[in-house]
Design a protein around this ligand. Structure first.
Ligand code: F6R
Length: 241
């Protein structure tokens, strides 16, 4: 069941997302986190709330969705570095409680299976998601099996182009593969919070909410999840009936 919340713009979407997220920031909870431009406003609000109200993350665990293959954690565009820069370094979550899949190692598939085992031991209470302009969630591109676990994947051409902006607008610098939680992994989260803003997400939002449940739009599987909140701004909602 998708609970759709329409707001005006990115700032309002971030306010609303924080309102939803805040309920999960309590001892023992497990947060599923995302990277990209979408969650930045939410992370700023989480940091502000921690600094001003002392909301503590000492007994919270987190699992991120994905990581580029081949980028060391010291690379500024690695998702590990992103999470530290934008959230972890500014709150009191213990480093050992945070998990970002590793994009480096001898056997990435074995590491991916281990990641799913860790999540199975600490089921995610709320999974934060953005959506790709092609309907991807995490790096599950169109055609990914709905029952997939964490795995290594090739990035779609459109995703490589979308992410070029983080790599000096140089397409040759964008990694072409990622380790990603699978759609099956994401669907196991107890609640899901997806934020979509901007006109370039409008078609994906329409397909996710009004389209058939089809692997062509990975996010459409969320129609089958029992507890999903989707926050959209006016631009992202512009194609909805
Ligand atoms: C990020 C992730 C991706 C992004 C999506 C939207 O961890 O898994 O699926 O959520 O590509 O990216 P932005 O927010 O940059 O538009």
């Amino acid at each position: 069941m998708i609970n759709l919340i329409k707001v005006k713009d990115y700032e309002e979407a971030s306010d609303k997302a924080f309102e939803v997220m805040k309920k999960f920031i309590e001892p023992g909870k497990v947060l599923g986190l995302a990277t990209g431009s979408t969650p930045l406003g939410l992370y700023q609000r989480m940091v502000k709330d921690h600094k001003e109200n002392g909301t503590s993350y000492k007994q919270i665990k987190s699992f991120n969705l994905d990581e580029y293959v081949g980028l060391p954690i010291t690379h500024p565009e690695s998702y590990y570095a992103f999470m530290h820069r934008n959230l972890f370094d500014h709150i009191d979550i213990p480093e050992e409680n945070t998990h970002v899949p590793s994009g480096l190692g001898e056997d990435l598939e074995a590491q991916a299976r281990h990641y799913d085992e860790m999540i199975a031991e600490s089921p995610v209470d709320v999974q934060l998601l953005g959506i790709g302009s092609d309907g991807h969630i995490a790096f599950n591109e169109p055609g990914t099996a709905f029952d997939s676990g964490t795995h290594v994947t090739d990035l779609a051409e459109s995703t490589i182009k979308d992410n070029c902006r983080f790599f000096d607008n140089d397409i040759t610098k964008v990694p072409t593969q990622a380790v990603t939680q699978g759609i099956g992994t994401i669907m196991k989260a107890k609640s899901i919070l997806l934020i979509a803003t901007g006109a370039n997400k409008a078609q994906a939002v329409k397909d996710m909410i009004e389209g058939p449940i089809d692997e062509k739009c990975p996010a459409s599987i969320l129609q089958k999840h029992p507890d999903v909140t989707v926050i959209v701004d006016e631009a992202a909602a512009s194609l909805l009936k």
